[in-house]
Ligand binder design. Sequence first.
Ligand SMILES: Cc1cc2nc3c(=O)[nH]c(=O)nc-3n(C[C@H](O)[C@H](O)[C@H](O)COP(=O)(O)O)c2cc1C
Length: 173
Amino acid sequence: MVQSIQENMSEVFANAHPDLMRELFARFPSGVAAICIESDGEPDGFAVSSFAAGISLEPPIVLFSAMKESRTWGRLRQHDRIGVSILGVEQSLVCRRLAAREGDRFRDVRIETGEHGALFIAEAPVHFECSVHAEIEAGDHVLVLLQVHRGRFHADGSPLLYHLSKFHRLLAA
Ligand SMILES: Cc1cc2nc3c(=O)[nH]c(=O)nc-3n(C[C@H](O)[C@H](O)[C@H](O)COP(=O)(O)O)c2cc1C
């Protein structure tokens, strides 16, 4: 349920339709991460906006949340090493491709093979090579904690931002 409490201000209650809750959550800006592996020479992976870095420093841990019914995460979670690429400001098309429900997600997407099966998106400003540290049930999602074994970044790279279902670029406040 949504209630207008004053002009341009709405309130969403916990019993609201999930679409309204999604609209509330969409007010929070995020980056976009590609979670990818290579298996038998084939790339596999998906785009997530629930990624957060710096969950722990010792050991270094990042996280994202995967839909419980995600077929992609069901396949990726079996792998020893998982590549995380933070997408750059010019990679919104890559994000859309990697979120496709059908078809070849990696068509025209430039990739870099890492060690032990991790896979990265070329030209992404940040790469993390990770392994699964823990999975924690969280409602209709599972929180995936990833331990970072090594990372790489472009000193002048700029991230793609996601807010209110649209892509944006960073602007100094
Ligand atoms: C901007 C954006 C953000 C997304 N973030 C997430 C996410 O945080 N977690 C998730 O499980 N799926 C997320 N998705 C959906 C996946 O990219 C993908 O569409 C989904 O995993 C496909 O279902 P499948 O894994 O069953 O093939 C996002 C999609 C888009 C377009």
